[in-house]
Write a protein that binds this ligand. Structure first.
Ligand code: DGL
Length: 255
């Protein structure tokens, strides 16, 4: 049986990219809600209904577990989904705790979508893990639009990031938390605008580790040949998806 991976668009591929390395005997189904992307600027009620529909679609495809490979969907919908969904639901949240654990002596910048930044879930997390008030929030909605338009390493991306970061004393920061799965595609542009000392932290490893723990706990591991089925609109051709994975390979080398 397949593991369903869900995102509003291409962002979740960055989580899938990591899962493919860690789970060589699993079958995956990747579903992107491309008719509603970007989620980060929609209302919570809209996102709840989109995620419900997407999960119902994946359940109808017979998945054995659902990975919300989207911080925004997790922020808004994970709790209600877990109440009604009979399968393991693995979500993701900005890796603020990991950043503070690794680099907690200095400030941490948490970049995410506007909905995630405003959300109750992130506020609760910050209250729990950031007792020294070291984390600052940075909404970056345009990056999702750039990503969905296939614009990555481009002058307009760099200009946008320079503008968004202009008000920060960047030398004070130890790390940038990539709190939206789309942002992993932009590590080269981030690298150019951030001081070398600012490290990247994302939630992909934590989410895949949690998925593995759930598969262990429920005895759901497969022992077959790895495969991925993409359930996305025609916009993402197999060639385009291959190019996106090549980009993620390159981004994974940027520390
Ligand atoms: N990739 C998503 C996330 O991790 C959301 C992007 C969007 O649709 O705004 O937050």
């Amino acid at each position: 049986m397949k593991i369903g991976f869900f995102d509003s668009g291409i962002g979740g591929l960055s989580v899938l990219h990591h899962a493919l390395q860690k789970l060589p005997a699993e079958q995956f189904l990747y579903y992107a809600d491309v008719s509603h992307v970007p989620y980060g600027e929609k209302s919570e009620a809209q996102i709840l209904s989109y995620v419900d529909a997407a999960v119902d679609y994946m359940l109808a495809q017979g998945v054995k577990a659902v990975v919300l490979a989207c911080n925004t969907a997790t922020s808004v919908a994970a709790a209600s989904l877990r109440r009604r969904c009979p399968l393991p639901v693995i979500g993701m949240e900005p890796a603020v705790k990991r950043a503070l654990d690794l680099y907690g002596e200095r400030r941490v910048l948490v970049a995410a979508t506007p909905i995630t930044v405003r959300g109750e879930k992130l506020r609760t997390l910050i209250e729990r893990v950031d007792s020294r008030h070291l984390a600052d929030m940075l909404p970056l909605p345009e990056l999702v639009r750039f990503a969905e338009a296939g614009i990555f390493d481009a002058p307009e991306v760099e200009e946008y990031l320079r503008g968004a970061l202009a008000g920060y004393e960047l030398e004070q920061y130890s790390s940038l938390v990539l709190g939206c799965t789309h942002f992993n595609f932009f590590k080269d542009s981030f690298r150019r605008v951030l001081p070398e000392s600012v490290k990247f932290v994302d939630g992909n490893e934590g989410t895949v580790n949690q998925l593995i723990r759930e598969l262990d706990r429920c005895g759901l591991h497969e022992h077959g040949r790895q495969s991925v089925e993409y359930h996305v609109s025609g916009k993402y051709t197999p060639e385009y998806i291959a190019a996106l994975f090549a980009r993620l390979d390159a981004m994974s080398l940027i520390g």
